[in-house]
Design a binder for this molecule. Structure first.
Ligand code: SF4
Length: 439
């Protein structure tokens, strides 16, 4: 049953459990938007009669979490607490047929919705009202040897600039303060429809139409596709966050080649230096993979030295996960799990030290913070006992992407609400979080 076209019974109370990344969240918003137009009542999952689990299939751990959630929902259905279970998203897209045989209690398996190039039907926003994700393209041109996403998501597709501008203008009119531009590889945006990388052009268009939106954040840039023009726009446009999320995955020439990343050690180093020169106070967020087949001790030591020398403000590390149907799955010299894990732990230790020093360097600085919520119980991060007149809040600086980075704990005598921007003097720094006061 293709949920996107067929009704699931009139006036159902439908809720979604979204797993995986922000791109999956936008898919869930699109799916709920379609169901709402079909007359379904969209409610929070715990109140729903029909529950959709929007699954992730990126790596083994993600698949396990998806399966566990499906089993929990089947249990609730058996207990009569819910009527229908629908499995959507990447796991259903990839293994729908097999799962249907295994889980007969599931009412429908629906894949990922296709991204409409021109039209962007209204979505049901699942993020807090003050920020939103805007998916500008789907899937990926690249064929990284460890990654199954292009196989799950299909052909690379960019939305037209007109369609994205229309969506962002609507979000701006709703009072959204921050938009997060997403895709699998946003730096390939436009290569299909405009025959050239067009993210810089899109950003200039967006900057020209927004009034309320103060932050445009870029997530998922592909290093080999980051152009000088893009770096220039990020540096010059005040409302683009000085924050670049750009997974590098490794640094040794040997492994970059094995990963099929289309970039060399030297090109990567030149790119980082270019970004640092153009955006001196910018933050770079990245990720690395340890244990790709063939990774030698030397490769790994080169990566450790790189992380220590180039000091990334935000970095995550993953162990290589053997993905069915990928190039790397068929490679010889698979690295033992124990070694992969030991390398991950060592690299995370290196990164922790770097991150802490960088966080410490923010103490005494004033940062613009977007308030997310009021803190019910003042958390212990406020070393200085907040004066009785202080209220405490949780927010993010332009250096904190939603859900993946740290937060800023804020003490303020002026009442604040979600969506407010406020200057905060940073007083305390922690591994990933900061604390500060509104003066
Ligand atoms: S850039 Fe590489 S890792 Fe990212 S989605 Fe595309 S193929 Fe996968």
């Amino acid at each position: 049953m293709d949920l996107h076209k067929e009704r699931i019974g009139a006036g159902q109370k439908v809720g979604v459990i979204n797993l995986g990344c922000a791109r999956n969240l936008v898919d869930a918003q699109m799916l709920l938007g379609r169901l709402k137009r079909q007359g379904q009542r969209i409610v929070a999952a715990p109140e729903a009669q029909t529950v959709i689990v929007n699954t992730c299939s990126f790596i083994e751990d993600a698949r396990k979490e998806s399966i566990d959630t499906i089993l929990d929902l089947i249990e609730l259905k058996k207990e009569g607490k819910i009527k229908k279970v629908i499995v959507a998203g990447c796991l259903a897209q990839r293994y729908g047929k097999d799962l249907a045989k295994e889980f007969s209690a599931v009412d429908a398996f629906v894949g990922v919705p296709s991204l409409d190039r021109d039209n962007n039907p209204a979505q049901v926003q699942l993020t807090p009202k003050h920020f939103a994700y805007v998916k500008i393209c789907e899937s990926c041109f690249n064929v990284c040897s460890f990654c199954a996403i292009p196989k799950i998501k299909g052909k690379f597709i960019s939305r037209t600039i007109e369609s994205v501008v229309k969506e962002v203008k609507a979000l701006d009119a709703q009072g959204v303060k921050e938009i997060n531009i997403i895709g699998q590889d946003i730096t390939a945006y436009g290569l299909d429809i405009y025959r050239q990388k067009s993210l810089a052009r899109l950003l200039k268009e967006l900057a020209g139409v927004i009034k309320n939106i103060e932050w445009i954040r870029l997530l998922y840039a592909f290093p080999a596709h980051v152009s000088d023009e893009l770096i220039e726009v990020i540096a010059q446009e005040p409302r683009i966050c000085k924050y670049i999320d750009m997974p590098l995955q490794h640094i040794s020439d040997h492994i970059l080649l094995e990963q099929n990343r289309n970039i060399t050690t030297e090109q990567t180093i030149q790119l980082i230096r270019k970004i640092r020169r153009a955006i001196p106070h910018g933050f770079v967020r990245t990720t690395f993979i340890t244990g790709l087949p063939g990774e030698t001790r030397e490769d790994f030591e080169e990566l450790r030295a790189f992380v220590k020398d180039f000091r990334f403000e935000r970095a995550g590390v993953f162990v290589y996960s053997k993905e069915e149907g990928t190039l790397a799955a068929g490679m010889k010299k698979q690295v033992p799990e124990k070694v992969k894990k030991a390398r991950l732990d060592a690299l995370m230790q290196d990164q922790k030290a770097v991150a802490m020093e960088i966080q410490q360097s923010l103490v005494g600085r004033h940062l613009k913070v977007l308030i997310e919520e009021k803190e019910n119980i003042p958390s212990l991060v406020h070393k200085q006992e907040p004066k009785a007149s202080y209220k405490t809040y949780i927010g993010r600086s332009e250096y904190d992407a939603p859900d993946v980075d740290g937060v800023v704990y804020v003490r303020s005598e002026v009442p604040l609400k979600a969506g407010d921007f406020i200057q905060v003097m940073i007083t305390d720094a922690y591994e990933y979080d900061l604390a500060g006061v509104v003066e």
